[in-house]
Design a protein around this ligand. Sequence first.
Ligand code: CA
Length: 227
Amino acid sequence: MRVLLAEDDDGVADALTEALYEHGHLPARVRRGEEVLVRHRQADLLLLDLGLPDLDGLEVLRKLRAVSGLPVVVLTARGDERSVVRGLRLGADDYLVKPVRLAELLARIEAVTRRAKSAATTAAAAAGAPAPRTVRAEDVEVDLDARRVTVGGAEVRLTTKEFAVLAALAARAGTAVSRQQLMDEVWGDAYLAVSRSLDVHLTQLRAKIGRPEVLTTIRGFGYRFGG
Ligand code: CA
C-alpha cells in the first residue's frame, strides 16, 4: 500500500519509513503540510503528524477532506484530547499518540484500510440506481455525464474549467455553494486555487449561457444554479 507520511521529525520519519517498508508498504515521506495537499492523490493512506512546520496538521486535514476521502491516521505528540477529538471530527479515521509503537501502527493501518474498502463496496452497491444526471433551470440544461450544456436547445461550448464550475453548481441545483467549496472541487488542491480565476470563469460562463438569473451570486458566500 502506498503510504504518504507527513512528518517533519527525521528520526520519527526514518523509523516509520523503515517499518513500513519491512511490512510490504510503499512509504513516501513529506515534511510539510502543503506537500500533502499536492501529493495525496498518489497515496492509499495518509499518516499525518499534527505538528508540521508550515500548516497545522488539523488545517491540512480540513483542506484534504474538502477534496478527498483518503484514509487518514493522525499522529500526535500532543496527546491532548482536544486535538484528537478535533482530528476525528474533521475526518481522521484513527489516531496514534507518539511515541508510536510500530506493531500498533501497522495494526491500525490495516484496520483503517479494511474499513475504507468495505465502505467503498457499500457505496458502490448503493450507487446501483443512479440519480438522474441532467439538471435543468429554465431553458438551461446541464447533462453531467455527457458534459453537454444547452440553452434553449442550442449547445453551448464550454472550456473544461467552465464546465467543471457549472457542473459543481448544477449538481446541487437550488442550493448555495460556497466559493471555497467550488475552488476545492474544481481546482482540487484548496490552497492552490486562485480566487480570481473563479471570478473569471463565472463571468465567462454567464456570458456564454446568457441567462443571468440562472447563476445567482450569493454575496459574501458563493453561487447558486437555478431555484
Ligand atoms: Ca512534528
